[in-house]
Design a protein around this ligand. Structure first.
Ligand code: BEZ
Length: 211
């Protein structure tokens, strides 16, 4: 099934390295990051899962729960974890879903047969507290993801969910933001007390409203 932004993230029940979970219950009121990797005991994946564990404080700060998945079984995941911990000098601190029956991979369309018949690609789904999909990304097996970029995107998603702004190219938390086109410059000047700078009638900057 092709999943699109705004769709409800499909629910499932699965075994994980931290016990059996129902996905929606496990998410609770948090944001979620569900991400797939091609296989256990592979080099790029070992760095990606380690990086996620190292960034736990950053995900926690943003109220985001991370969960990984591949089409390997629970025993394989559990045997791999000591390598992730050793290589990245970190304790694993988020669950990996055992998906040897490919239920989650199929639900989230994570197997792209023209890339690989057997393995999941590197998919990322950022899910909001309303269980709706806010962002999807797909990387090939050969390219490890930029987890700093994932945190940056989460900052933008969380900001723009609560304020009538958008974020420009390469925006970083703390930079000026863009007033959404549906608000007139006149109204924006009232709404955004920190000021509005009009570069073009359709491009108006305002300092980040929640800083
Ligand atoms: C990796 O995770 O290292 C990997 C997996 C499949 C193909 C290439 C790299």
């Amino acid at each position: 099934m092709t999943l699109r932004l705004g769709d409800i993230a499909p629910d499932f029940t699965a075994e994980t390295t931290e016990g059996r979970i129902n996905f929606h219950e496990w998410l609770g009121d948090s944001w979620g990051m569900l991400f797939s990797h091609p296989a256990d005991f592979t080099p790029v994946c070992t760095t990606e899962l380690g990086k996620t564990a190292l960034l736990k404080g950053e995900f926690d700060k943003r109220g985001v729960k991370a969960i990984a998945v591949s089409v390997d079984g629970l025993e394989s995941h559990l045997n791999w974890i000591p390598d992730i911990e050793e290589v990245n000098n970190v304790k694993m601190n988020f669950p990996i879903i055992a998906d040897d029956e490919k239920k989650v991979a199929e639900l989230y369309d994570m197997i792209h047969p023209n890339a690989s018949e057997k393995a999941t690609v590197r998919s990322v789904f950022i899910i909001g507290p309303d269980k709706k999909i806010k962002l999807t990304l797909t990387y090939p097996a050969s390219t490890g993801r930029n987890f700093t970029e994932l945190l940056r995107v989460i900052d933008s998603l969380q900001l723009t969910a609560n304020h009538a702004v958008a974020t420009p190219a390469d925006w970083q938390d703390g930079d000026d933001t863009i007033v959404v086109p549906s608000i007139s410059t006149e109204d924006a000047k009232v709404k955004f007390s920190k000021g509005v700078k009009e570069v073009k009638p359709y491009l108006r900057y305002t300092p980040q409203p929640n800083k």
